[in-house]
Design a binder for this molecule. Structure first.
Ligand code: DP6
Length: 328
């Protein structure tokens, strides 16, 4: 028997950067995001004697397979703590079918590692809540904890140092506010340093402590308020502040990480000009790569799509708010 789950990336508005516990991916601060409808990833799992991880779209490296093995080890431990001691079989055959170009800052790990535990829960026929599945997702990739949920979601740190001391939760579902994410990918070259490696050195930035304080004191709550109130201007202000603050941390940590390319900065500059000249509700945000995410409202969508297509040599994705991870 094989069980398949579908998921899509989520894009953070308050970014997760830096862990207080790298093994469990317990994030140093809370974060907030919107789950997209596309590009999708399907993950199928079936019982197997040995671990096999196969992707239809990418050559899996030994490092990739080790990440799955470690994630399964942690998931097994977590399921044990919930009373499902022998629930997970000795090993799994995992098959991934992804529409996402790998390693371009398009959060492919958030989609893969949210679909994986959803499929595992289906395979085990275990009665797990979305919060529990989000803990399992986080063990594979921190941001994946948010893609379990549709609409807007967040990660809440509960303070402890246990495997379930950070939990994803849904702020509002995908019907609350119809926002879009027009994605401009200026480069499809794989990035040199992935976010997993980067998190480990976040604390070396002289700006890191201040960043965590700002998120705890006001940013996370203001972002949640803006979403609940559908206040785009407020969302724009807080999301852009947090995005640029994260990149300042990345660029000043040791060794420094420069994910934004000159193309990224040019596009951001033009978006600002467009917004000023035409009073368009659009905000920009970038994760660990040069890709620019332009969040906009229904009324702004056509103009932003037009803007995106004017960018030479870029791949464009036209995503909207999505439903979260589900079995297919
Ligand atoms: C910049 O979730 O990719 O996209 O836990 O190592 O997989 P791992 O890290 P990851 O980190 C996300 C970093 C980010 C911001 C965000 O999505 O919140």
């Amino acid at each position: 028997m094989s069980i398949t789950a579908r998921s899509a990336p989520n894009i953070a508005l308050i970014k997760y950067w830096g862990n207080r516990n790298d093994t469990y991916r317990l994030c140093a601060a809370n974060s907030t995001s919107m789950t997209l409808n596309i590009p999708g990833v399907r993950v199928s799992v079936a019982h197997a004697d040995t671990l096999v991880v196969h992707s239809l779209n990418k050559q899996m490296t030994e490092k990739d397979t080790l990440r799955f093995a470690e994630t399964l080890r942690l998931i097994r431990g977590y399921l044990g703590s919930l009373g499902y001691d022998r629930a997970l079989p000795a090993s799994l055959h995992i098959e991934i079918d992804s529409e996402i170009p790998p390693s371009i800052g398009l959060a492919s790990s958030s989609a893969v590692f949210s679909a994986l535990p959803k499929a595992i829960a289906g395979l085990l026929d275990a009665d797990l809540t979305d919060e529990q599945i989000s803990v399992m997702a986080r063990l594979g990739s921190g941001s994946a904890a948010r893609s379990i949920f549709g609409g807007f979601s967040a990660i809440r740190n509960t303070g402890g140092n246990d495997i379930d001391s950070a939990v994803g939760w849904q702020i509002v579902d995908e019907h609350h506010w119809q926002l879009h994410d027009i994605i401009i990918v200026p480069s499809t070259q794989e990035k040199k340093v992935g976010s997993s490696e980067g998190h480990a050195f976040a604390q070396t930035s002289p700006h890191f402590a201040e960043r965590i304080r700002a998120i705890k004191e006001y940013r996370q709550q203001e972002c949640i308020d803006a979403i609940e109130q559908k206040d785009f201007e407020k969302l724009q202000h807080i999301a852009e502040e947090d995005c640029m603050d994260m990149h300042r941390c990345m660029e000043t940590q040791q060794p420094p990480l420069h994910y934004l390319s000159s193309e990224t900065l040019r596009i951001v500059g033009e978006v600002k000009q467009l917004r000023e000249a035409e009073h368009i509700p659009v905000l920009y945000t970038m994760d660990a790569g040069p890709t620019v995410h332009l969040f906009c409202t229904n009324e702004a969508r056509n103009r932003i799509v037009e803007f995106a297509h004017e960018q030479a040599d870029c791949t464009i994705f036209k995503a909207s708010i999505g439903p979260g991870t589900h079995l297919v």
